[in-house]
Design a protein around this ligand. Sequence first.
Ligand SMILES: C[S@@+](CC[C@H](N)C(=O)[O-])C[C@H]1O[C@@H](n2cnc3c(N)ncnc32)[C@H](O)[C@@H]1O
Length: 223
Amino acid sequence: MDATQPGGPGIDWRECAFDLTRGIAAYIGNPLVGRLARVIAEHPDANISTAFNHKQVACKMWARDRLLDHCGARLGRVWIVGGWYGVLAAMLFDDARFDIAAIDSIDIDAGVAPVARTLNAPAGNRFTAMTADMYGLDYAGARPDLVINTSCEHIADLPGWLALIPKGTRVLLQSNDYFSEPTHINCVASAAAFEEMAGLTEVRFSGALPLKNYMRFMLIGTV
Ligand SMILES: C[S@@+](CC[C@H](N)C(=O)[O-])C[C@H]1O[C@@H](n2cnc3c(N)ncnc32)[C@H](O)[C@@H]1O
């Protein structure tokens, strides 16, 4: 095969994606994009193309911007539950507007922590990936400054989970109205319905982001 024309049935798309992602990282000088290339190389089974698709990235950029507006730059110790491959953690560390003491990314799926560590390696010991059920964490003992859950559509009992977090703790929550996806067990129809379900003591931000097939909803406030 002509090396200048890759293609055909034998082509390994991951090698192409790795080369392309490394090239984009070099061109734009962005370490996070370089780490995506490492994830493609080291975790060939990770579904990173879904976790970093344009809709997922848009939701997380929205989260970063509104977080800065409503909670300021100093985030302290952040817990991200249902943190998946650690994309949001990496995007927060990548954003020079923030001053972040540490981020712990916690997910019930043991398969995602190694990927999250690869993606967040530049953060060193400021980043931890843990395997745990978000319902089983000791929020009162650990007292994180901010708890983020962008996987609210994936958990059955949002009020029951929020009740585990000490009163006054800042939270950022995202859900959606993508009812047709089978893994979404607890969607909401509107931002107002999300507010009602969460029952936060204080709501600093409540909004909706239109995406191609669904609406993303976000709340920032305190439990
Ligand atoms: C598909 S992903 C994330 C989707 C979301 N849009 C996002 O980017 O944040 C949902 C994650 O929640 C995790 N998850 C579901 N239930 C959980 C629980 N009880 N404790 C911790 N993680 C959980 C899953 O393992 C999965 O990695």
